[in-house]
Design a protein around this ligand. Structure first.
Ligand code: GP9
Ligand code: MN
Length: 684
């Protein structure tokens, strides 16, 4: 076989007239205009994409990766006759442009790169109406279109100059394809020598998308993504043994650590619980006030009267609301490929809902949006809810704000349903999913006005009288609208608490409020908020010593969301400042009600020594440090205290391990299989 191939190559080389192929650089360039135009425009586009998204511009490594790729696929163009080559290169240019636009849009929305495994998830996003136009698309996402126009005009000019006829006379397609492939191959070989084992490890795992693009370039990323997405469909068939071994060892080690009761064990045993899923609620909004008015007076009161976890972070991935629901329910992380609610809802999970149901609780969820959104109509049943009250099946859509039924109407109607549940069942576990405070926060006119201007007194020089001046401040900005929208959501929560109380539903019920994820606001919005000068109606200069900056670490740390556990008797008012993640809710709240999952990845906040919040992209946070795994940089939270390299490495490994365990449970359905194996062993 090998011999045959070598003979073929030899034969092919012999047939070539050596005089014809003597290398003439000038002629070569002149007769390769289309090829070089394709290479140059593609390289500009993909480099632009990296620059606009991850600001990675001058790194040689991804440029080599992308260059090798475009040269290799460009080489195939030589196998076409010159007058047909345009069709080939033009099609490729459309693909490259589309790839850049899709990834740019994806980055605008998720700060990550697109994955074919997330296509199903993306269709969900299309359903959130104008949120898409506002958040998913920006003009910069379309700046790659020039490549198509450029190739079109280059072709037109070449035709006018009879280029294709001239090139046809000189070009030996197969030889050029061969030579070009060799050049591409050499560049690829040089590129591979720059890769480290860390790079290759991350390429294999594929969850650190930003990192992969920054090291390998966009083409290698996208190819690898397709390969790994296809493999998620078939990996449940492969790699099971390793996954199961890692899983067994991890939980065996965990089970050896004796779990002792703490002062909160069983404090709420036998009480009802209502979880309020506060859409896009961020903690910084609780600290904000305008002209002496708090944005969230109700949440602030509940936080003061109950247990308030001031450094609580959602750990969502692209599945946003649904990821937070999943992580809260199971104490696992969202999956690295796809979304659990869309792609892995049929696996078995130990969930807080099932644990309560096993204790005789009636479990239900409520939401004013379409029942099938995020596949909830299917998944809520699997999570262990007895009943999902949703949309027109159960609610009168009598007041629409933003995406759908307004929170105030939704809560009013929900209280009647909860009352019925309370009258029928001994105990209940409920989740009420809010909706109004959803990006793009543009329907604020339908809410009670909450001015976000800056009012100050000024003496009128002519009359000598004191006037109240209103500087616009956050009025008319997205963050300003967010504050107005948050204020509405807070009013709705206040009204819900009152209505529950009026119906006698608070006496034996614990209220748990959690923000489901951040509001995806842009940094520039915060810069205005923190650095506004009302007297000049402008943002103060960056050189001003009071100018507050917001780098990527500040932004990440500011993404924290509220977590409050409140009872009417205000018996437990404590503020916990330790960092906490969504996956710590099951162990923490579960302990208070006397339920526990053996597969929880999070910790009980009242038993843990030093907690760590692992994010699905590999970033992690402790009380001492935020670590960005893409940039491989950490930020000390208190610059007066340092941490050791070992400390950082230990946490990097821990984050890696947790993501891997969680992914394996989800992809390989390990909880179901472990139970089935145990049943087999017991002869059931
Ligand atoms: C949709 C709502 C919002 O019903 O829960 O979902 P999100 O866009 O935040 O994931
Ligand atoms: Mn949400």
């Amino acid at each position: 076989m090998k011999k045959k191939i070598l003979n073929n190559i030899n034969g092919f080389l012999k047939r070539i007239d050596i005089k014809k192929i003597r290398f003439n650089p000038k002629q070569y360039m002149k007769t390769n205009v289309l090829f070089f135009s394709f290479i140059a425009t593609s390289m500009i586009n993909v480099t632009l994409l990296r620059f606009i998204t991850i600001k990675n511009f001058f790194e040689l490594q991804p440029i080599l990766g992308d260059l090798a790729f475009v040269i290799i696929i460009g080489a195939i163009g030589y196998l076409f006759k010159p007058n047909h080559q345009f069709k080939y290169f033009f099609t490729l240019a459309i693909i490259v442009t589309a790839l850049c636009i899709i990834n740019s849009m994806y980055y605008t929305n998720y700060l990550s790169f697109a994955s074919v495994s997330l296509l199903a998830t993306s269709f969900q996003i299309v359903d959130v109406g104008d949120a898409v136009v506002q958040n998913v698309m920006e003009i910069k996402d379309f700046c790659y279109l020039w490549q198509i126009f450029a190739l079109f005009f280059i072709n037109k000019t070449l035709k006018q100059k009879n280029y294709y006829e001239k090139a046809g006379k000189i070009e030996i397609g197969k030889l050029r394809a061969f030579n070009t492939l060799i050049v591409g191959g050499i560049i690829f070989a040089v590129f591979t020598t720059t890769l480290t084992s860390l790079d290759l490890g991350r390429l294999r795992k594929q969850w650190n998308r930003e990192y992969i693009v920054s090291r390998f370039g966009i083409f290698a990323y996208q190819f690898n993504d397709i390969a790994s997405s296809v493999s998620t469909q078939i990996t449940p068939l492969f790699g099971y043994d390793n996954a199961a071994k890692e899983f067994r060892e991890y939980y065996l080690e965990k089970s050896l650590v004796e779990k002792e009761d703490n002062q909160y064990t069983n404090i709420f045993k036998g009480k009802n619980v209502l979880f309020i899923h506060a859409e896009s609620m961020q903690t910084f909004a609780m600290e904000a006030s305008f002209n002496g008015e708090e944005v969230t007076p109700n949440l602030n009161r509940l936080a003061k009267e109950g247990m308030f976890f001031s450094n609580f972070y959602a750990q969502e991935s692209v599945g946003t609301s649904s990821d937070s629901e999943f992580t809260l329910s199971s104490s696992l992380l969202p999956t690295s490929s796809g979304t659990v609610f869309v792609n892995y809802f049929d696996r078995e999970y130990v969930t807080i809902q099932k644990l309560f149901r096993d204790q005789g609780y009636y479990t239900f969820s409520m939401h004013g949006n379409k029942c099938a959104f995020w596949n909830r109509n299917v998944v809520h049943d699997k999570l262990g809810y007895n009943r999902f009250y949703c949309y027109t099946n159960d609610y009168k859509i009598d007041e629409v704000i933003g995406l759908g039924l307004s929170d105030k109407s939704f809560f009013k109607q929900s209280v009647d349903k909860i009352k019925k549940v309370n009258d029928t069942y001994n105990n209940y576990y409920g989740t009420i999913i809010m909706l109004t405070n959803h990006t793009p926060f543009s329907d604020v006119k339908k809410m009670d006005d909450f001015p976000v201007d800056f009012k100050y007194e000024k003496v009128n020089e002519e009359t000598g009288e004191t006037e109240i001046i209103s500087a616009p401040y956050m009025e008319g900005t997205m963050l300003g609208n967010y504050f107005k929208s948050v204020h509405y959501a807070d009013q709705a929560i206040g009204q819900l608490i009152n209505d529950l109380d009026d119906n006698g539903l608070l006496d034996n019920t614990v209220i748990v409020i959690y923000g489901d994820h951040d509001a995806k606001l842009k940094t520039r919005e915060f810069l205005r908020y923190y650095n506004y000068d009302p007297y000049t109606d402008s943002v103060i200069s960056k050189n001003d010593p009071t100018y507050k900056r917001m780098d990527s670490f500040d932004y990440e740390l500011n993404r924290k969301v509220p977590f409050i556990i409140w009872t009417k008797d205000k018996q437990y008012n404590v503020k916990v400042d330790e960092v906490m993640g969504m996956y710590d809710i099951l162990p923490t709240v579960g302990n208070m009600f006397g339920v526990k999952s053996d597969y929880a990845l999070g910790n009980d906040m009242f038993s843990v020594q030093e907690n760590i919040v692992v994010f699905p992209d590999g970033d992690w946070l402790t009380n001492k440090m935020y670590y960005n795994s893409q940039k491989e940089e950490g930020r000390l939270l208190d610059p007066n205290y340092s941490v050791s390299i070992e400390y950082i490495q230990k946490n990097i490994d821990y984050a890696d391990k947790l993501i891997s365990i969680s992914d394996n449970i989800i992809i390989h359905d390990l909880i179901r299989k472990t139970k089935e194996n145990a049943a087999l062993m017991n002869g059931e």
